[in-house]
Design a protein around this ligand. Structure first.
Ligand code: GLA
Length: 384
């Protein structure tokens, strides 16, 4: 049902009102993992999995949200929206409303239908897609326009402050600002970015290990705490280092011994990952796919060994891809501890690559993976 016409028809039938339609994509990160909250660099691309929103105004002061994926409707008073999350899918749209209200917007009554095909808990940013499409739909209904980077920041805040996940800006940013057939090198310090074209003969092959990951709580949060702990050690000597973005490999040489072994390893990952990410964007822009693949391989090693953000299945998925024809580079993508690997593959070889990788992975782990051949899509927008 990626077809917005179907969502429109269903919205019309359910709410007897013609909706405006919006879409926001999920994302895959080519390189730059756990660097965003350290004010570093990331290079994601938006993908063709997305969340659609259909919205129409109401005159009864109610906010009615229907999730097609769960066949479930929730109704609230626009004037008395929940101030706290309840561990329910509605937390994501409600979080966006809470942040928009906090920005001084009066939330009107509306009916909102949501439908998405971004696989959940797979590291492809289903939550960001949901937040961004909601934000776009609601602001457009209110007649308010936020530029893409500002909208992304509001959606990140809704996840940090309302949903309670300590994520960085990457996912919301690329969902709001992605560009067709391009990866985006984002400087998470000032949100400046550079687009890097993905050559037409390169496919994004996304391989889902089927091991679920969660950003809220757990390992993501403890890794982030270790990154901040390492930064605090360096800052004792160099107060100008506010985030690991400001630190260098030389800082680790000098002061790494004052860190706990885990903090040292996490910092080594983040500091080298920032260097790799900038170099990878450069390689992509120069069309040097061999160098890009080499950097992706190094990034995976660092993510797995130093950051300890991988898992047996994801390591196997990367390993099993290595000698398959057409592979340019492979690594675990997203928050870690499961989810998907990203494989850059020569497009003509992609179908055979996907089939062979799936068969190898199933034979090795006993798990049947989902493998998707994607292309870089555009960012969130209204569908006319
Ligand atoms: C998740 C978070 C992002 C980022 C990645 C790791 O996707 O939402 O902000 O930290 O993990 O790179």
């Amino acid at each position: 049902m990626h077809d917005p016409k179907v969502l429109r028809t269903r919205h019309l039938a359910r709410f007897q009102a013609e909706p405006a339609l919006f879409v926001a994509p999920g994302r895959v990160n080519l390189i730059g993992e756990h660097t965003d909250y350290a004010e570093g660099f990331v290079m994601p691309a938006a993908i063709d999995f997305a969340t659609l929103a259909a919205i129409s105004p109401r005159t009864d002061g109610k906010v009615v949200i229907y999730a097609e994926n769960y066949s479930e409707e929730r109704t609230f008073d626009a004037a008395a929206l929940p101030a706290k999350a309840s561990k329910h899918w509605s937390d994501y749209p409600l979080g966006v409303l809470a942040i928009l209200a906090g920005e001084g917007n009066k939330i009107p009554g509306f009916s909102l239908s949501l439908w998405g095909d971004v696989p959940l808990g797979s590291g492809l940013s289903s939550s960001a897609a949901l937040e961004v499409t909601t934000a776009l739909a609601v602001t457009s209904l209110m007649g308010v326009h936020y530029p893409g980077p500002v909208l992304a920041r509001l959606c990140q805040r809704s996840e940090n402050e309302f949903v309670g996940s300590s994520c960085g800006i990457m996912d919301q940013f690329i969902s709001a600002n992605g560009a067709e057939d391009h990866a985006l090198l984002l400087d998470c310090r000032d949100l400046s970015f550079k687009l890097a074209p993905i050559p037409a003969n390169v496919a994004l092959v996304i391989a889902n290990t089927m091991v679920q990951h969660a950003v809220t709580g757990g390992e993501y949060t403890s890794r982030r705490a270790e990154v901040e702990e390492a930064c605090a050690v360096i800052a004792r000597h160099r107060p100008e280092v506010r985030f690991l973005r400001d630190a260098t490999p030389a800082d680790l040489e000098k002061w790494g011994s004052e860190m706990t072994p885990n903090a040292l390893k996490r910092a080594r990952h983040v500091i080298t990952e920032n260097l790799r990410t900038v170099a990878a964007a450069d390689a992509l822009i120069r069309h040097d796919l061999v160098e890009l693949g080499r950097l992706m391989a190094e990034a995976h090693k660092s993510y797995s060994h130093d950051f300890e953000g991988s898992c047996v299945e994801a390591d196997a998925m990367v390993e099993l891809a290595q000698d398959l024809p057409g592979l340019i580079g492979a690594r675990l993508t997203g928050g870690g501890f499961g989810g998907c690997t990203i494989n850059l593959v020569e497009r003509s070889q992609a179908p055979a690559f996907a089939e062979a990788l799936g068969a190898r992975y199933a034979a090795k782990t006993g798990i049947k993976p989902q493998i998707h051949i994607c292309h870089a899509s555009g960012g969130a927008h209204r569908i006319e």
